[in-house]
Write a protein that binds this ligand. Structure first.
Ligand SMILES: Nc1ncnc2c1ncn2[C@@H]1O[C@H](COP(=O)(O)OP(=O)(O)OP(=O)(O)O)[C@@H](O)[C@H]1O
Length: 380
């Protein structure tokens, strides 16, 4: 059962439906609740959410006694099966969020849950189901990759056969007997991912996995994440490499100054920013631009071309200009990419001092609550 699903069934008087994480049960109602002829609203928690963050706040004290607000009421939801990109400019709060989620830094306020357990208090209960690389793991340079993983497997009670599987998964099987100090940065990153995969996690959290990698290393990391997604691992990956996120991730959350500025499927985010713009190259482009502007469309003139917006049918531009003897050399749709969206959004200042996220106005109710009402024994 997912948020947004409808459900109808009957419930005995003095019983209630309790819906939690995709499962519902009918339970006797605790005494002291209003009588059953009163509408009762049951809070519906984001049922398939693997990560839920609600109103997270963190202020660091600086050495000079000042305060640095890293997180200012940040919200994020990652659903099962997503490859979720976590984007934000330098210093926007990505690492602090991930560290708080994993109990590596103490948050001042807010609610977090991982795989349905409150974080960080109940993290030990789900630790075996979560793999994370948030701080660059340090490996002994003199050990081979295989030996490193075997030691970690022994420490974690994982059978050694699993070491071969993860070496295979990250593409290090043939290099597993080489010393780690001879590994490239990309190989070390893959070894780190292999160590996080040993326990066959359902959720993998990676902080800037492509940091410092060359294009080949980035491509390897991208392929690896795709393979993980195909194997049904939910992946949360923070990055500031927007093109990578666009290629790898199906969902994205953008953070700026400790607040969420946008969240949603990558395709929806991009189409929401599609203004129907086209770049037009034509001889006498200024005169051509005037013709198009005269028809009421928004036009921006550049040195050797112009951009027209709100264009439903590009053929109309060809016909209109061709009709006046101006022949088009280029007519290219300017579809938005994450970079342009990111630049527009992270220039948006979140409302200070309030819990409201910037994108609440854009996507009302898009988050995770659904009300279940119980009226005289019937649930709707
Ligand atoms: N231990 C700390 N002490 C003081 N300030 C900190 C500490 N850790 C983070 N900050 C500050 O909190 C803010 C958020 O930092 P954070 O590292 O979470 O950002 P980020 O989005 O991960 O940035 P980057 O992409 O550069 O890694 C920054 O202003 C940073 O200087």
């Amino acid at each position: 059962m997912r948020a947004g699903a409808s459900y109808t069934d009957s419930v005995e008087v003095n019983h209630q439906i309790v819906v939690r994480r995709g499962h519902w049960t009918i339970q006797p109602r605790p005494t002291g609740l209003p009588p059953t002829d009163v509408m009762l609203t049951v809070r519906f928690l984001a049922m398939s959410a693997v990560i839920e963050i609600d109103g997270l706040r963190k202020t660091f004290r600086t050495l000079r006694g000042g305060a640095r607000v890293a997180l200012d009421g940040f919200d994020m939801t990652v659903e099962a099966g997503q490859v979720h990109g976590f984007l934000g400019p330098n210093g926007s709060g990505k690492t602090t969020t991930l560290r708080a989620l994993l109990g590596l830094v103490h948050a001042d306020a807010g609610r977090m849950a991982v795989l349905g357990r409150q974080a960080p208090a109940e993290l030990p209960a789900v630790a075996g189901r979560v793999g994370a690389i948030v701080e660059s793991p340090q490996f002994f340079g003199n050990f081979t990759g295989r030996r490193t993983l075997r030691l970690l497997a022994t420490a974690g009670g994982v059978p050694h056969e699993r070491v071969e599987e993860v070496l295979d998964q990250v593409g290090l099987r043939d290099r597993g007997d080489e010393r780690v100090k001879g590994y490239s940065l990309g190989m070390k990153q893959r070894l780190a991912v292999a160590s996080a995969l040993l326990k066959q996690p359902e959720l993998l959290i990676l902080d800037e996995p492509a940091n410092g990698l060359d294009p080949a290393g980035i491509r390897e990391m991208r392929d690896l994440m795709r393979d993980l997604a195909a194997a049904n691992v939910t992946v949360l990956v923070s990055s500031h490499i927007l093109a990578e996120i666009q290629l790898i991730c199906d969902h994205v959350t953008i953070i700026s100054r400790g607040r969420r500025v946008l969240s949603g499927p990558v395709s929806e985010v991009l189409s929401g920013f599609d203004k129907g713009e086209y770049r037009v190259r034509v001889a006498e482009h200024e005169r051509a631009a005037e013709v198009i502007r005269g028809a009421g469309l928004p036009v921006t003139v550049h040195d050797d071309h112009f951009v027209v917006g709100d264009l439903a049918d590009p053929a109309w531009v060809s016909e209109t200009l061709g009709g006046q003897g101006m022949w088009i050399r280029e007519l290219t749709p300017l579809t938005p990419d994450l970079e342009s969206v990111f630049l527009q959004l992270t220039g948006t200042e979140p409302e200070p001092g309030t819990h409201k996220q910037v994108d609440d106005a854009v996507r009302p109710g898009a988050e995770h609550d659904l009300s279940v009402t119980v009226v005289e024994g019937e649930a709707k």
